[in-house]
Design a protein around this ligand. Sequence first.
Ligand code: AMP
Ligand code: ZN
Length: 473
Amino acid sequence: MKLYNSLTHKTEEFVPNEPGKVKMYTCGPTVYHFAHIGNLRSYIMEDVLEKYMRYVGYDVKRVMNITDVGHLTSDGDTGDDKMLKGAKREHKTVMEIARYYTDAFFEDCKKLNIKIPDVVEPATHCVDEFIKTIQALQEKGFAYEAGGNIYFDTSKLDKYYVFNDFREEDLAVGVREGVEEDTNKRNKADFVLWFTKSKFDDQELKWESPWGIGYPGWHIECSCISMKHLGERLDIHCGGIDNQFPHHTNEIAQSEAFLGHKWCNYWFHVHHLNTDDGKMSKSKGEFLTVSLLQEKGYLPVVYRFFCLQSHYRKSLVFSYENLDNAKTAYDKLIARIAQLMRAKGGAAVDSAAFDSLKAGFTAAMDEDINTSNAVTALYDVFKADTDPATKLALVADFDKVLSLDLAENAEKLVAEQDAAASDIPQEVLDLVEQRKAARAAKDFALADSLRDQISALGYTIRETRQGTEITKN
Ligand code: AMP
Ligand code: ZN
């Protein structure tokens, strides 16, 4: 399978360190608020990547952190502490906030059929590991103490900007409003590994350390949690595109300085979901969550389908109009599968047809997880000249990766249609048949009058492309 690697800027054949095994790491959520549907786009696409790797036979071990300490609003060393901000907003403790929003995140994942990684570790459980790694970095000459804090010295590296060539001037402090220069830093790109001089007087979570009481920086947690569970060599690291700098750049700096060799071979970055008026944000107007979409009547899998219709390396614009289009397409998909279920009979699966249609799906996915082409491969199944049993087997097979509840929702639809049909009095069914005949004969006046008679008996009739629908008024 081929994957785009952000580190090399090329689409490359994926070759894990150990044949057949994949060690995968994902940056987890910062649990100070609900995840917005943009965050969840990243987790949906990473879930598809993991499931596809399993589908083609890899033994995958995936690890994710939960950020419950250290993440500042700037993603660097400036701004507010996100967890503290959440706690103040809700008049709760940081740990209460962390617990509440961790649970909420997993609820969202469940709704969206996102599998929980094999290992999930909150940063606050690993402070001893952070301290040991920072001590080792200090011993190796990559970290220094200044003004009470411990900093990573980026000048000690051959190359710091591994993803893109940033210029030092871009990091210029004082340019953006509210950003004050940290005069402790020897180089502008240096970053905090351990804070003892907290600028937040009411910092809640603090630990003893060789440098005094304090708390870890954000970046160190992913390096340590990854190494704790996946060892010294990682195959693939995932996150949203905004994590590339400074977060992933700093993760690589400190991990490779600590290990003395290359750490992770492939970097998978999901591009952003934006609203029509720009960036998705948790502070702006109506905050887009999965629960909000549900309140508005959308199934969470419809949002997942919306995401899968686009490639993960393109930014995606969210609007209710776009989501409605995805909903219409999803409903049609389910109706077609329901029709196949009715037509199935007892036929066996045609393995030659199965293999050739499956090849269309794997070809799409092998090409840098091209989910939009994979969805096209699903449509190709309906058009194919093969029997319903084979088509249904393919739908179930693709859905191991797509996770769109295709069979489940089609079964529900069949059951609903059966229940509705069994309730309808014979008199109404007879009128429906007469109306079908009238329409076929283009006698629309008669068809209209039959519809009125049906209506007078308490039923509504609607002709759709999928067939005739009869519902009780
Ligand atoms: P956070 O909870 O802020 O640490 O972010 C969780 C994940 O969501 C990270 O992988 C981010 O890179 C990703 N992310 C943030 N904003 C968006 C967005 N608008 N679209 C897609 N992914 C995002
Ligand atoms: Zn991370």
